[in-house]
Design a protein around this ligand. Structure first.
Ligand SMILES: C[S@@+](CC[C@H](N)C(=O)[O-])C[C@H]1O[C@@H](n2cnc3c(N)ncnc32)[C@H](O)[C@@H]1O
Length: 236
């Protein structure tokens, strides 16, 4: 018995890996993260489809195990890359305990789709050499580290937090002129990009009516300027 946890990519159906697409085609059962997996990826599949947003963890694990025991090919499809806020370990553990072999197939995270949309780098010589990936406190996280982390002054990618953007911007200990980009549905046909600063981006996002399915990127890499030449291309 073997299950594949597959990264679906950020939305554009062409941004899944070749391996992920093949596994989807071969699958008998696909359990997918309904809110952020583009339905276009699921069209024409022969597999039975189950939206994981409509059932709880025990039900998800039960459905997948039952199919595996029948000898079916099962794919658990996560948005972006499963390693970021994918909650895959709590699904893997009971399956592994039941003797199921697990393989993870990486995907293009929305983080990279956002960088592509903004046509910038997340790490940029002379601007930011590091990247912080984090999320604000909410129903499933009691306390966040955003204030402390912001003091590093590096690029910050904030997942799962568009509805808390006002509080998040207030908690940042960086110059209020620091650029902030909020990208909704990166790589989807209805993608939207809001560019502002720590001072004004929350109002712009509120005006645009965006409350979810967006990534917040904070940092000077957004302005695509002030960088030094890397040594990669120096003449020899
Ligand atoms: C449960 S997390 C999953 C992240 C996913 N594993 C990834 O690598 O992109 C869901 C959050 O990811 C972000 N997200 C996922 N897909 C997105 C997209 N296409 N555009 C912008 N943000 C996205 C949003 O912050 C959303 O609230």
């Amino acid at each position: 018995m073997k299950i594949h946890f597959v990264g679906a990519g950020p939305g554009d159906p062409e941004l899944i890996t070749v391996k992920g697409a093949r596994l989807l085609e071969e699958a008998d059962l696909v359990v997918y993260a309904g809110s952020l997996v583009n339905p276009a990826l699921l069209e024409k599949l022969k597999a039975r489809l189950v939206d994981s947003n409509t059932i709880n963890l025990e039900e998800i694990n039960g459905i997948m195990l039952e199919a595996l025991e029948k000898g079916e090919k099962v794919v658990r499809l996560h948005s972006g890359d499963p390693a970021l806020y994918g909650a895959i370990l709590e699904q893997m553990r009971p399956l592994e305990e039941a003797g199921v072999e697990v393989e993870v197939v990486p995907g293009v995270s929305s983080l990279f789709a956002v960088a592509a949309t903004l046509k910038t780098q997340l790490t940029l010589k002379g601007v930011s050499e590091s990247l912080i990936v984090t999320r604000p406190a909410g129903t499933t996280l009691e306390k966040d580290q955003i204030r402390d982390l912001s003091r590093f002054g590096t690029t910050m990618a904030i997942f799962l937090g568009t509805d808390k953007i006002k509080e998040t911007m207030r908690s940042l200990e960086v110059s209020t002129d620091t650029p902030v980009a909020v990208v909704y549905h990166a790589s989807w046909p209805d993608e939207r990009v809001i560019i502002g600063t720590v001072k004004d981006v929350a109002d712009k996002v509120e005006e645009a009516g965006i409350t979810k399915s967006a990534l917040i990127l904070v940092g000077n890499v957004i302005s695509r300027s002030g960088f030094g030449r890397s040594h990669l291309y120096r003449s020899r």
